[in-house]
Design a protein. Sequence first.
Length: 259
Amino acid sequence: MHRFCLSIFLFLFLQTGFSQNIILKGVYNGVNLFVINPTFGNSFCTDSVYINENPGNYEIHSNAFEINFESMGIDSGSAVNVVIYHKEGCKPVVVNSEAISLQNNFSFKSFKVNRNGTVIVSISGDPGPEPMKLQQYRWGKWVNITDITEADSIKPNEYSVKVRYHNGENQFRVVRTSETGNDIFSKVVKIRSQNEELQILSSKVSDILKFSGETLYEIFDEKGNFMRDGYGSEIDVSDLPRGKYFINYDNKTGTFIKK
């Protein structure tokens, strides 16, 4: 028994007396950590790795290794405390420490779109400094419709904004961009609108291009250069050079000639 206690004491002494450590705390979100492990003398910098106070069985005697949380029986969404012990005079580099950042506890709890055009978004965690963006699938791509900000909050971690439907099936989602530039998306919600299909009233115009109703729109020239976008039932195109233009509107793409 005394020999066992002495062994434990010596182990802890060696860890704390001759090793430095890197401590990372956060949440495992299904992404492992990757460590660059420099050489130090005839060995490598890292002495050992502990996850939630349990030793990790990793191949640390190499120039790089992966901290695999799943192999430790840790489920995604669980809190993790990572301690990397290393020799004094060198330091391993965790190349993606943000993967377990506490800010990554963000998630979409629910997202729904009502028939009256009201979007309700419920989240958990920190939404971050940048506003979330409501997107609608139009014209073969996802289009940013509006920012969701604190002003749209109806109660803690729940937001409400209004949307406009186009004719036929509408698809919506919300995207949150993290501090590291990674996008987190809500589920996609589909809802069918009974709005009438809109038309361009005249495909050859000099000044005003008119639709049969109000719509979002985008205008591009023949080379694909973006010209303008907006919302309304008519567009002043008097300043555009003469020629042919493509226009996205309602749920379709058309053309018009500026005379």
